[in-house]
Ligand binder design. Structure first.
Ligand code: NAD
Ligand code: UDP
Length: 319
């Protein structure tokens, strides 16, 4: 049985990856230190014969017994309020953590896929973003801790590939959503849906003309899965190109959730990208992948998940 290590396993994407690999017949080792994750995301795998969990901070030396075939490095705070709250850990997990995992991959002769992000493009001057765009990042701005950690992560991964001949894959993930997002992680979908459920006004940052393109989790996992098993070592964008302004999106959520709250406006955070849309031509060509799930369907599934949470979860303000 093939063995895969998934870091960030208690998080949103990591827990869905654990499910996918178990369903595909792999033995999965999940690793997490719970800094932004939640034990509940893995509760259904407790006692599963093909799953084990190691509580560990990946910025510390990692020891895994026996054979390892694949590593998926997804550990990292991922929402702006998380990485602004824990900036040093964010830099460390992208740099030291990635270094440890690349070292582990080298020893085990494992193939490693690392989770990069559309944030490597910063506030992009090229639209939509293609993989060959170098980006526009403010290295010393508040978001720089995340963006630069991820850019370093890509560089060190390519260096291990070129220098050590390691089998590496890099996925540039664009805004992804779905069940198991943390309701209070500050990202726009949990923020709006939490506000809708609590009967609060929806908070738009800035004038709402900034755009994002939202990809449903199942589509994202499929893209990552195909990339891991492809023979392509350079970065690949995985996301849904269907772009929308945050203002239109807030109105869509109000309609979808059937609430009648108002929209209120707050200050736009520094360096908040004004537009974001993946160019997915490369993924289409080399992975024969494109997203299948319409935003309405994905949003309904996500809203139903948030509705199923306890009152305590709904009102939890901080992690
Ligand atoms: P998440 O916060 O739900 O999950 C991240 C997980 O990593 C958490 O469980 C957290 O506890 C764990 N973690 C953080 N630092 C750690 C450390 N030092 N050691 C061990 N575990 C640690 O976030 P997510 O949305 O699931 O994101 C997962 C990955 O995907 C991240 O690398 C993120 O940068 C990337 N990504 C996500 C998105 C998105 O839209 N969700 C977009 C771009 C990139
Ligand atoms: N946003 C907003 N209201 C909120 C939370 C976020 O208007 O309550 C905006 C945020 O400023 C950004 C967009 O929604 O322009 C997406 O934010 P998110 O934190 O989800 O992800 P980002 O793509 O910025 O990393």
């Amino acid at each position: 049985m093939r063995k895969v290590l998934i870091t960030g396993a208690a998080g949103f994407l990591g827990s869905h990856l654990c499910d996918r690999f178990i369903n595909e017949g792999y033995y999965v080792i999940g690793m997490d230190n719970f800094i932004t994750g939640d034990k509940k995301n893995l509760i259904h795998l407790d006692n599963h014969q093909n799953f084990e969990f190691i509580e560990h901070d990946v910025t510390e030396f990692i020891n895994i017994e026996g054979v390892l075939d694949y590593i998926l490095h997804f550990a990292s705070p991922a929402s702006p309020i998380d990485y602004l709250k824990i900036p040093i850990q964010t830099l460390k997990v992208g740099s030291l953590g990635t270094h440890n995992l690349l070292g582990l991959a080298k020893v085990k002769k494992a193939r490693i896929l690392i989770a990069s992000t559309s944030e490597v493009y910063g506030d992009p001057l090229v639209h939509p973003q293609t993989e060959d765009y170098y980006g526009n990042v403010n290295t010393i701005g508040p978001r720089g801790v995340y963006d630069e950690a991820k850019r370093f992560q890509e560089s060190i991964t390519m260096a291990y590939h070129r220098f050590h001949g390691l089998e590496t894959r890099i996925v540039r993930i664009f805004n992804t959503y779905g069940p198991r997002m943390r309701l209070n992680d500050g990202r726009v979908i949990p923020a709006f849906m939490g506000q809708a459920l609590r009967g609060e006004d929806l908070t738009i940052f800035g004038d709402g003309s900034q755009t994002r393109s939202f990809c449903y989790i199942d589509d994202q996992i499929e893209g990552i899965f195909r990339l891991l098993f492809s023979d392509y070592s350079y970065p690949v964008n995985i996301g849904n190109p269907h772009e929308i302004t945050i203002k239109d999106f807030a109105e869509e959520i109000i309609k979808l959730t059937g609430v009648n709250q108002k929209i209120i406006y707050k200050e736009l955070p520094q360096d908040d990208p004004l537009q974001r849309q993946p160019d997915i031509s490369l993924a289409k060509k080399i992975l024969n992948w494109e997203p299948k799930i319409e935003r309405r369907e994905g949003m309904l599934k996500t809203f139903n998940y948030f509705k199923s949470l306890s009152e305590e979860d709904l009102h939890k303000r901080d992690h």
